[in-house]
Structure formats: C-alpha cells, structure tokens
Design a protein around this ligand. Structure first.
Ligand SMILES: [Zn+2]
Length: 87
C-alpha cells in the first residue's frame, strides 16, 4: 500500500471516530432528557396506553380515542400495579 492510500485511510478513520464520538454524545443526551414510562395517559381524554417495557412519549404516539398528541407519564404506575396485586 502506498503512502497516499495510508494517508487516506488515516483521514477516513479520523472522520469515523469523530462521527462515532458525536453520535455517542447525542444518544447520551437523548437518554437523559427522554423520559420513559410503562404507561402514558392522554392529556386530552385521559385514555391510558400501557406497555410491557418503559417507552418514551414518541412510542405512545397518537391517542387511539381522540387522536391527542400529548401524553403524561404515569411514573408511579409500577408501584400502583403492585399495590393492586397485594389486595
Ligand atoms: Zn385521548
């Protein structure tokens, strides 16, 4: 391999490493700011969507009853469900 090829490879590796670093920073920032919940309640009609694992509001998407776009997380849902089972 000649010197020009080696220089090109080093430049491309540098670009890849910088892109990986920025992607990791963005993913980390999203993980911090994006709240996840097992249940989301529609802010408009109160319909609650349940999930088997914690998801973000983006996953809850539109309310099937009123097409509302805003959901509030039910943060105590796990504790509430446990309390119900104990009775
Ligand atoms: Zn709704």
């Amino acid at each position: 391999m000649d010197a020009a090829h080696e220089a090109m490879i080093r430049v491309l590796e540098s670009i890849r490493n910088q892109a990986d670093s920025v992607l990791k920073k963005i993913e980390h920032a999203c993980a911090i700011t994006e709240q996840r919940s097992l249940a989301w309640r529609c802010a408009a009609c109160g319909y609650t969507k349940h999930f088997t694992r914690p998801v973000s509001m983006r996953v809850a998407a539109l309310c099937p009853k009123c097409n509302g776009e805003r959901f509030d997380p039910l943060v105590n849902y796990v504790q509430l469900a446990k309390g119900k089972d104990d009775r």
